[in-house]
Design a protein. Structure first.
Lengths: 327, 307
């Protein structure tokens, strides 16, 4: 099996997984307590709106027809209307998705820069005091509940020192001409700091440990011995030769990390009241706003599954040694 | 090292273990040779003792409202001799809640880890042993389980099934068997071709007997490795689900305590004595799982220990 057909196979698998997830969602929300119509129609909607939704989702038709209509609507990004804001769900998603992406990507970038450097350092100082304390310390950051670290950060930096605001993405009442103006504003960045630092503290554990172990593996290889024989300084060997070759699994993990942390963002966004996808999901589930919950979940699943695919793609393209021969 | 490489590295020493009893002895050996693993076991030991002794040791019922001598509700008290860690905004004793929280953590952690490992090991055994369509079916199921975002799915399912501690455990078992399943399968694939397995088949052992008597003991250390990690993850996950407001409202867990503190603005009131202890407990319990897991890993994969 060559590379192209391997990737095509993975692409097909990705679509199948998405389809299974969508089907699970369909079943769960149809089985939710109460009338099956509750998945889309709130009794407070106007009669006219109820009729429109009824037709749009085929809720008066048999279940298998509903399922077909449901899949068709998903493909077109049609999720119905929020029970609360009455807005189309897709509009709600467009409002929160950018916030989640900004938060996740900046935290991941920070985490991976720190993690790669820290992991390389731990590998270089193998057997030293730094390593003896460094590894348990990294494990501690992975064991500490994210929401608890967030609460500590809020208690110390927001409520005691007053350095950062304690909730939201912008101060109440602030208006910006466009999205970019908002994102680069001082106010937004101040709101972003604590969530990003808390998330990055949690996320750096994986790249740190991964970088360390692959560095140690690479350091055993012949070309490093050859570098030593050439008399290159240890620093050059570590940074120019070992670290560069150890980066591959870390790059792959980065793509996976985008997917996983978007799923895990429900925690950080809830603690810091960050108006993103995860918090929207938590609030929608708690408030039984089923259309919004369904859409938020589906979007998170899409990002995650797509990123799993990207990781495979990167892995195949970056390392010529990876082969997909049929065994 | 990828999981399949690990599995390939394993058999050199596992060949000696052929019974369940031996497998358990190997497990025991981990604690004696690694001080981190020992620390992990000590933490679990303390957790067990506290959980069992909580009703005796705790000075108050964790759900009871406490009153001052003048009859007022003892709300928002700072730490004092009668209330070592102060009281909540409703006048509940925080120290007693921390002690009782160990019970929820222990039950959730061990029951969920046991379920995850049993399910994962069974899937791995069947997929690896039978290969063919059984393998394809089970591994595609694992792919789907990997494609489902864990926390969002847990929230939706718990909201759907109703907030109870057993639903939380059930959701974890349903979604987290995937890692154990894949690793065990890789290991079984290599064990299946061993001569002693073939010998057992030639001597007329049934498929089930070969699987459970001859192969299973050799994958058991790996199951224990994933089990010890799963205990920590389960405690952390239960805490997270409780914190997000989908936990069992009738069970005092550390996650429930943190949600309580968060919702009643304990951070704004600088009530560190309220929200620091439960978080520390969760962290220690999860680290204990990591440490024991590391101990196993070094025993199972000596190549790592050299480093």
């Amino acid at each position: 099996m060559n590379r192209v057909s391997f990737l095509l196979g993975r692409l097909l698998q990705m679509v199948v997984v998405l389809w299974v997830v969508a089907t699970l969602l369909f079943l769960i929300f149809r089985l939710m307590p109460g009338n099956p119509l509750v998945a889309y129609i709130d009794t407070n909607f106007t009669a006219e709106m109820q009729q429109t939704l009824l037709r749009q989702f085929g809720l008066d038709r048999p279940l298998h027809v509903q399922y077909a209509i449901y899949l068709g609507n998903l493909v077109r990004g049609e999720f119905g209307r929020s029970f609360f804001s009455r807005e189309p769900v897709s509009q709600v998603m467009w409002q929160v998705l950018p916030n989640t992406l900004v938060l996740t990507l900046s935290a991941l970038l920070l985490a991976y820069v720190v993690g790669v450097l820290g992991g390389a350092l731990l590998a270089a100082r193998r057997g030293s005091w730094t390593e003896a304390w460094g590894i348990p310390a990294v494990l501690a950051t992975r064991a500490a509940p994210e929401f608890w670290v967030g609460m500590l950060a809020l208690a110390v930096f927001s409520f005691t020192l007053n350095w950062f605001p304690s909730f939201g993405a912008t101060s109440p009442g602030s208006v910006y001409p466009n999205w970019w103006a908002k994102v680069v504003s001082w106010d937004f960045l101040r709101h972003l700091t604590l969530p990003v630092l808390t998330l990055a503290l949690y996320l750096q554990g994986l790249p740190t440990l991964l970088m360390r172990s692959t560095m140690l593996e690479v350091m055993d290889e012949d070309f490093i011995t050859f570098c030593r024989m050439r008399g290159l300084p240890e620093r050059t060997i570590l940074l120019r030769h070992a670290a560069r070759n150890a980066l591959l699994p870390v790059v792959t993990a980065f793509a996976l990390g985008i997917g996983y942390s978007i799923g895990g963002n429900v925690i950080i966004e809830t603690v810091f009241s960050w108006p993103g996808l995860g918090r929207t999901l938590v609030r929608a589930v708690a408030a039984k706003d089923y259309p919004v919950a369904q859409a938020a979940f589906f979007l998170i699943a899409c990002v995650m599954i797509a990123m799993n695919f990207v990781a495979d793609l990167l892995y195949t393209m970056l390392d010529p040694r990876v082969s997909h021969e049929q065994q | 090292m990828s999981s399949s490489e690990r599995a390939a590295a394993l058999p050199q020493w596992t060949r000696a273990t052929s019974t369940w009893r031996d497998a358990l002895l190997v497990t025991w050996a981990v604690a004696r040779r690694d001080r981190f693993a020992l620390a992990g076991l000590v933490i679990y030991g303390v957790l067990l003792v506290v959980a069992l002794a909580a009703p005796v040791v705790a000075p108050y019922n964790p759900q009871d409202l406490n009153y001052r001598p003048d009859g007022e509700v003892a709300a928002d008290e700072v730490p004092s001799l009668p209330h070592w860690l102060g009281t909540t905004n409703l006048g509940r004793d925080i120290f007693s809640q921390v002690l009782f929280g160990a019970r929820a953590a222990l039950v959730v952690g061990f029951v969920a880890a046991f379920g995850v490992v049993v399910l994962g090991t069974l899937v791995g055994l069947f997929a690896g042993y039978y290969s063919g369509w059984v393998d394809t079916l089970l591994m595609r199921l694992a792919d789907v389980a990997f494609g489902i975002p864990f926390l969002p799915m847990a929230i939706v399912l718990v909201a759907f099934l109703g907030p109870s501690i057993w639903n939380t455990v059930l959701v974890m078992i349903l979604l987290l068997w995937r890692d154990t399943g894949r690793v065990i399968r890789a290991q079984v694939l290599s064990l299946r071709t061993r001569s002693y397995v073939e010998a057992a088949r030639v001597l007329g052992a049934s498929h089930l007997r070969t699987m459970f008597v001859h192969i299973a003991p050799n994958v058991l250390p790996l199951s224990f490795l994933y089990g010890s990690l799963a205990v920590g993850w389960a405690i952390l996950t239960e805490a997270t689900i409780s914190f997000l407001g989908f936990g069992d409202p009738n069970v005092i867990s550390w996650g429930f305590m943190l949600q309580d503190a968060y919702n009643s603005q304990a951070m704004a009131r600088h009530a560190f004595y309220w929200f620091v202890p439960p978080g520390l407990c969760i962290m220690l319990a999860v680290m204990a799982g990591f440490f024991i897991g590391r101990g196993y890993e070094e025993l199972l994969f000596p190549r790592l220990r050299r480093r």
